[in-house]
Every structure is written in structure tokens, then in C-alpha cells.
Write a protein that binds this ligand. Structure first.
Ligand SMILES: Cc1ncc(COP(=O)(O)O)c(C=O)c1O
Length: 440
């Protein structure tokens, strides 16, 4: 029976689902981006990068006008002197590890509750990823857990502002200062998020952003690194663009880790990303309005609800790339799998958990990234004995295996009416499962 006394027939039991209309994919672009792309097409130059020491236009080591305008917009928005565009945040993370000179013999502390490239980035350069547990309320690195994993070989912390919730930067920066560690901020999910009064991506040595198609600001694929340090900026540019062919003519001496890639953004992607930066505040405000609406709609009358959105960190502005919902089995009167399956049947796709803890991937379980078991097998890394066993980060495992449900709906072009559908489906399932329990 529902609260109004009518019998509830759940869609999993053959009832009519709450929603038949399909959900949309992320749509953040509009006329401005279309005009910008047409302007690039009309110019005839889809890229103006040159993989050699050629600083001047039209073809240049630093890219064409759209690339440079996008970088200038990122610099201005974040108040950072240097922005280096790349073709993805994955490329940006790899370039950041390279630019910081990390490699064999070094350990980098990373979150296991995030996207796989965060841990792959140290591996690519022969450094060892060491996983530390996260905070249950944010999904971001727990400074206490990070401190417990610091060894004489630790050189850096790769901090992720997970879901757009800022990590506890004061505590993490304090740890880094006390132990002489570099800090990379992964802001792939957190464009425009603020830790107290500071924008994410401006507090560590390098901030890395993603503009992939799912992100809160996007150009299909794309990325950007921010730094205050001119030498780090140049190193990022070298790694982005075949640095080994450039350092000789440029007379650049510190060539370790400068063997380069092609991480260059096209003029087309940069033109779209530029428009997205211009409307970033507007895009974030829309998302926050959807989150607040859904938060109110999901709240139980007596404060108890089967799914409760995380609130983010106090005094900070979270931007909610995804909205993680805490699952309460006592209120739901079911296990998570049953509840999520029932909500999905009502036409509202939710996922159980977020990402499998990264250390459970075969790569870490077998300690085999490259031939001969490198980088773990390298002589310089023999002292590194990171714990990749199940149970090594219990909070992450509990979040993923039991506590969290994730929805991808708080994004344009969805509206408040769509958020109401989510809340209706959740309420109906809670009522329906309670009714099943009461039936003999
Ligand atoms: C936290 C995080 N870091 C890095 C990435 C990689 O971004 P990209 O797809 O631009 O390589 C992602 C993308 O999902 C991400 O969520």
C-alpha cells in the first residue's frame, strides 16, 4: 500500500513504470559552439600545431589561434598564469607526471575511487601508484589515510576532486609541505568547484581538467593543465608535442621525461572548449539547481529516505558531475541490488556503486603493467611494497559494494520535471517493497 492507501504494483512485478520517456545524454553545447566551429572550418585550418621548435604563427609549436584563445580563457577564469591545452585529461595527467620529473624509484599516492588514468599516469613513467583510502562523505582522498601511506619514496599526491566535490586541500597541502611532496589536482569532474574561496586546480603544482563528452564543460574530447610555474608549463608543452625534437633547437637542458607524445588539441575542439569556458558559471548554476530540486524531492517527510544525495564539503562549492546517493537498506527495506533493479524497471537508470577500487584491477593484482613486470620489477622500485589486497582501502570498498548509488541525470538538457520523475520512482519503489513485505 502507498501512503495514500492505494496498492502499489511495481514495474518489476508487472506494473506500469513511472517513466517511459528516454533520458538524454549530456548536452552543454548550443549555437555559440556551432558558430565557433563554422568559423574554424571557414579558416581552413583544423590544427596549426607544428611538432618542432617553431614559435611563430601560422604553424607553431604552441598551436593556432583557437588553442591559444582557449588557453587564455582558462588562465583568466582560474586566475592562473599558465594554461596548457591537451587532447584529454588522461593526456594531461600523463604530461603532469612527466613534467614533474617523476619516475622509477618514486611513489605517487592516488585515490582508488576514481577513473583509471589517475593510477596509470605514474605507471607510464615507471613510478609506483600507492592507493590511500577516501572519506565516506566525499569520495575524496582522506588526508589521514594518505599520511599513513607516505614512505621515504613518496614524491607526489594525485588528488581527485571526485564527483565535483573538492578534496580536503588544506590538510593535503599541509601534508605535502611537511613531506616535500608535489601535488597534482585532477579536476576532470570539477570545473569551477571551489575549496572555500579557492578554485580547484589552482592550489597544487598542476591542475588537470577534462573536456570529454560527459563532463560539465566539454568539447567531445579535450583537456587542459594549469600551473603557476613557467618551467612546468614549458615542460607540459614539450611533452604535449614531441619534446625530444624541440629541446635541442630550443636549448632546453633538463631533458629527462621530455620524450614527447602528440597530446595536441585541434582548433575545432579548442573553439568549442572556449565557448564552454565562457558559459561555465551558467552551466554550473543549472546543474546546482537540478541537484537542489532533486535533493528536496527525495527527502523523506521524517528525514528518512532510501536514497539521500551526498552534501559535499562544508564551506565549499561542489559542482556535481554525478550525484552520488547514499543507500539506506533499513529505510529501503531491501538490499541495494533489489532496490536499484526496481528503480531501473520504473524507467530511471541508476548504477550500483561508482568505480571498482582501482587496485582490484588485474594490472595491480598481478603487478604487471609492462614486459618483465615493470615498473614493479625495476631495481629502483624493489623497496616499494604497496598494498593492493582486497580490504586495503575499506571505505572505498564499502562505498562501491554497499553504500552508494549513482545517477547521471543532473545534467542539461534535463529539467526539474525529470528530477521529479526520479523522486517519484524512488518513492514508489520504497512503498512497493514495503507493501510486499506486509503481504503474507
Ligand atoms: C577523475 C577523472 N580523471 C581523469 C579522467 C580522464 O578524462 P579524459 O576522458 O578527458 O581523458 C576522467 C574521465 O572520466 C575522470 O573522471
Amino acid at each position: 500500500m502507498s501512503a495514500t492507501g492505494t496498492a502499489v504494483r511495481l514495474a518489476i512485478d508487472g506494473g506500469a513504470p513511472v517513466r517511459l520517456r528516454p533520458w538524454h545524454d549530456n548536452l552543454t553545447t548550443g549555437d555559440e559552439e556551432a558558430r565557433a566551429v563554422r568559423a574554424v572550418m571557414a579558416s581552413g585550418y583544423l590544427s596549426l600545431f607544428e611538432g618542432s621548435h617553431r614559435p611563430d604563427p601560422p604553424f607553431s609549436f604552441f598551436g593556432g589561434p583557437a588553442v591559444q584563445a582557449f588557453e587564455a580563457a582558462m588562465s583568466a577564469y582560474y586566475g592562473m598564469p599558465h594554461a596548457v591545452s591537451v587532447n584529454s585529461a588522461t593526456s594531461g595527467l600523463y604530461a603532469a607526471i612527466g613534467a614533474l620529473g617523476l619516475g622509477y624509484g618514486d611513489e605517487v599516492i592516488v585515490s582508488p575511487f576514481t577513473m583509471t588514468a589517475c593510477a596509470a599516469a605514474p605507471l607510464i613513467y615507471g613510478a609506483i601508484p600507492v592507493f590511500a583510502d577516501v572519506e565516506a562523505d566525499s569520495g575524496c582522498l582522506d588526508p589521514g589515510a594518505v599520511e599513513a601511506r607516505i614512505t621515504p619514496r613518496t614524491r607526489a599526491i594525485l588528488v581527485v576532486h571526485q564527483f565535483g566535490i573538492p578534496a580536503d586541500m588544506d590538510a593535503l597541502l599541509d601534508l605535502a609541505r611537511r613531506h616535500g611532496l608535489r601535488v597534482i589536482e585532477d579536476c576532470a569532474q570539477a570545473h569551477g568547484a571551489r575549496y572555500r574561496d579557492r578554485l580547484v586546480g589552482t592550489m597544487g603544482d598542476i591542475g588537470v581538467f577534462s573536456f570529454n563528452v560527459n563532463k560539465t564543460a566539454q568539447s567531445g574530447e579535450g583537456g587542459c593543465c594549469l600551473t603557476r610555474d613557467p618551467d612546468l608549463a614549458y615542460r607540459l608543452q614539450l611533452i604535449r608535442n614531441h619534446g625530444e625534437a624541440v629541446v635541442g633547437p630550443a636549448g632546453y637542458a633538463d631533458i629527462a621525461n621530455i620524450v614527447g607524445f602528440n597530446y595536441r588539441m585541434t582548433e575545432l575542439a579548442a573553439a568549442v572548449a572556449l565557448e564552454q569556458v565562457k558559459k561555465l558559471d551558467q552551466l554550473n548554476a543549472r546543474r546546482l539547481a537540478l541537484v537542489e530540486h532533486l535533493r528536496r524531492a527525495l527527502a523523506g517527510q521524517d528525514g528518512a529516505a532510501p536514497l539521500t544525495p551526498l552534501v559535499g564539503r562544508a564551506d565549499c562549492t561542489s559542482t556535481w558531475y554525478l550525484l552520488p546517493l547514499r543507500f539506506d537498506p533499513a529505510v529501503a527495506r531491501s538490499d541495494r541490488a533489489t532496490f536499484v533493479a526496481a528503480v531501473r524497471a520504473e524507467g530511471v537508470p541508476l548504477s550500483e556503486g561508482y568505480a571498482q577500487p582501482l587496485y582490484l584491477q588485474p594490472l595491480y593484482q598481478r603487478r604487471h603493467a609492462f614486459k618483465h613486470g615493470y615498473p614493479w620489477a625495476a631495481a629502483e622500485n624493489r623497496e616499494s611494497t604497496p598494498d593492493y589486497a582486497r580490504g586495503s582501502c575499506p571505505v572505498v570498498e564499502r562505498l562501491h559494494d554497499e553504500a552508494i548509488v549513482v545517477g547521471e541525470h543532473v545534467r542539461p538538457p534535463h529539467t526539474e520535471a525529470d528530477m521529479d520523475d526520479i523522486a517519484r520512482a524512488v518513492r514508489k519503489v520504497a512503498d512497493g517493497l514495503a507493501g510486499r513485505e506486509r503481504r503474507p
